[in-house]
Design a protein around this ligand. Structure first.
Ligand code: AMP
Length: 213
């Protein structure tokens, strides 16, 4: 299955996709994670990407498309994956259409209040990128990843100011993708307001029902 997850920052798409990946082995491909890795490399591409990520704006289409296509080719990935955070603009979606046919797009939604609350306490593993939350997805040992033992950190763009900017970017550039995929007949919308920690099984059941597995 070739899947895309859409939704505003903080809606939970990374968290749900990581759990889906743990349960059924489908590969999560997060452009945010790929770009953060590029950023840490001492390269022209890394420095260019950093400019945009620091400003909490989208990285230009041609750069992201290059990063994702190279990643898919290098790792010989053709099927059984979830694109998390890509596409984020109509030109990105059109580029993707040229190279593959997507089976299903899940559009996750929730309220803005919940988004601010979640991102305000998000923690990420510096080694495996697993997502935690200080109130709702609490690691077994404080500051340490349950899955790989890596250190947890707060993303530089999880400040109130950056979250506001990223939500504006989402509304302007990414939300048109909802109609784009609706028109292709492959969009499924799932509103999840409950928190993942205490409601994990219920949420995963809903996701499995939505994708029909
Ligand atoms: P994320 O980890 O998905 O929240 O993404 C973090 C940041 O990476 C975004 O705010 C953008 O600056 C950049 N980014 C991730 N995916 C894309 C994309 N598909 N297009 C442009 N910028 C992206």
């Amino acid at each position: 299955m070739k899947m895309i997850v859409l939704g505003a920052p903080g809606v939970g798409k990374g968290t749900y996709t990581q759990e889906l990946s743990r349960r059924i082995g489908i590969k999560q491909i997060s452009t945010g994670d790929l770009l953060r890795t590029q950023m840490t490399l001492d390269s022209d591409l890394g420095r260019e990407i950093k400019k945009y990520m620091d400003a909490a704006t989208l990285v230009p289409d041609e750069l992201v498309i290059k990063v994702i296509i190279e990643y898919l080719e290098k790792n010989n990935i053709k099927d059984n994956f979830v694109l998390d955070g890509f596409p984020r603009t109509i030109p990105q979606a059109e580029s993707l259409d040229k190279i593959m046919k997507i089976d299903v797009v899940i559009n996750y939604t929730t309220t803005r209040e919940i988004i601010f609350d979640r991102l305000g306490g998000r923690l990420v593993c510096e080694k495996c990128n697993a997502i935690f939350q200080i109130r709702n997805i609490v690691p077994k040992v404080q500051g340490i990843c349950d899955y790989c033992g890596g250190k947890l950190y707060t993303r530089a763009d999880d400040t109130r100011e950056s979250i506001e900017k990223r939500l504006i970017e989402y509304d302007l550039k990414t939300s048109p993708l909802i109609d784009y995929y609706k028109n292709k007949g492959i969009l499924k919308t799932l509103r999840i307001d409950k928190e993942f920690g205490p409601h994990k099984e219920e949420i995963m059941k809903l996701i499995f029902e939505t994708i029909g597995i």
